[in-house]
Design a protein around this ligand. Structure first.
Ligand code: MG
Length: 384
């Protein structure tokens, strides 16, 4: 493994507040806080960010206090990305702002909730959590005097919007353009995207083993885990099961992050982009090496088959689907059930407006709030 050099300063290809494409609503700059720093702080102070603590990653929040939630997931993504950003000469504050906001649009109950809400929203423009994260920071947070949303910089919003259909992209102005013209976002956005994948692969190994839905013996067959586990066993044969798993996951994260940094540095040394705009014209630069990508994908495939499709997770998924679908149906049938601040947003009489307001409200719910609202409104008590 090649050594990663000591921390450089901000590179030419990094995002800089002074060359930012700015905010939708013009604001005076702060006397001592940079624009990306302000973006990050606004995200941390948002109510959508606080709600992430009670939203499922894979395991429903009340299954145990030790499992990841969307909040701790977002913090882990931010930590991994910041470490790499420092070594790559990228803007750490921007990368952190992107990572902390990337999951703000997630529904309760993880992907099960998203799929249910998307199904409910067919005919009303659909529902997509990534686009919803942007909607939260652009429109739904309601707390500033001079603008709706958090009024974040273009670069943070560019990083939040990881993928987007061409149809939706056409409605997003400048921000949507890259999906139509097939261009890349800045390196900070590319990095946040891969840090997300590194974080969930690794913490789902940890959470999956903790839940005992997957076993060490099964995982040893997956090279990325197996090789690190064997090495930890060799060095510390007396270690407890828990510490053994922790040391293995720690070694896995270190291995993939180091590979990512070295591969990306090599890419950038070749392509030598002189600005973030030059980066946007290049193919993706933040990448794993081919052999590491293979290992990363093999682990992802294993988790997909063995954990996310485990019968216990699937059973939870079915219940979550019922909660979200029934809540949506109830609020559509009787919009008077919506709380006042959401009802106002219904505005016009059109069904589309009403459906979007209901989707915004349901998507914003935490797991436990969705469950208690569902129980209150239907009289049914579902055990998730
Ligand atoms: Mg994520």
């Amino acid at each position: 493994m090649t050594a990663v050099s000591t921390k450089p300063g901000l590179a030419d290809y990094a995002a800089r507040p002074e060359t930012s494409r700015g905010r939708i609503h013009l604001e005076p700059s702060h006397s001592y806080r940079g624009d990306y720093e302000r973006d990050r702080d606004r995200v941390i102070h948002s109510s959508a960010f606080r709600r992430l603590v009670y939203k499922t990653q894979v395991f429903v929040n009340h299954e145990g206090d030790l499992y990841r939630t969307r909040l701790t997931h977002s913090l882990e993504v931010g930590q991994i990305a910041r470490t790499a950003a420092g070594r790559l000469g990228l803007n750490e504050q921007l990368v952190e702002a992107i990572c902390l906001s990337h999951d703000l649009g997630h529904t309760p109950f993880g992907h099960a909730g998203q799929e249910a809400l998307n199904r409910c929203m067919q005919g009303f423009g659909g529902f997509e959590h990534n686009l919803q994260s942007l909607r939260v920071v652009d429109k739904l947070e309601d707390k500033y005097a001079s603008f709706p949303g958090l009024n974040l910089t273009f670069e943070t919003r560019e990083g939040i919007l990881k993928h987007c259909s061409k149809r939706n992209a056409r409605e997003l102005g400048d921000l949507g353009l890259r999906f139509i013209e097939r261009r890349q976002p800045g390196l900070e956005a590319q990095l946040a995207n891969l840090a997300d994948a590194i974080a969930y692969n690794n913490h789902d190994v940890d959470d999956g083993l903790r839940s005992r839905l997957i076993t060490v013996d099964e995982l040893k067959e997956v090279r990325l885990f197996g090789e690190q586990y064997t090495e930890v066993m060799r060095q510390y044969p007396q270690l407890s099961r828990r510490a053994m798993i922790h040391e293995t996951v720690r070694a896995m994260i270190n291995l993939v992050v180091t590979d990512l940094i070295n591969t990306t540095l090599a890419n950038l040394q070749q392509s030598k982009p002189e600005s973030i705009d030059a980066v946007r014209e290049l193919p993706p630069q933040v990448l794993f090496s081919e052999p590491m990508l293979e290992q990363h994908l093999a682990l992802k495939k294993f988790l997909n088959q063995s954990l996310y499709r485990h019968e216990k997770v699937v059973a939870m998924t079915r219940q979550a689907d019922t909660v979200v679908t029934e809540l949506f149906g109830l609020f559509m049938a009787d919009p008077a059930l919506l709380p006042a601040d959401h009802a106002v947003k219904v505005g016009a009489d059109s069904n589309d407006h009403q459906a979007r307001a209901v989707a915004d409200y349901v998507a914003g719910m935490t797991d436990r709030y969705a469950l208690s609202e569902h129980a209150r409104l239907t009289g049914k008590k579902l055990a998730l």
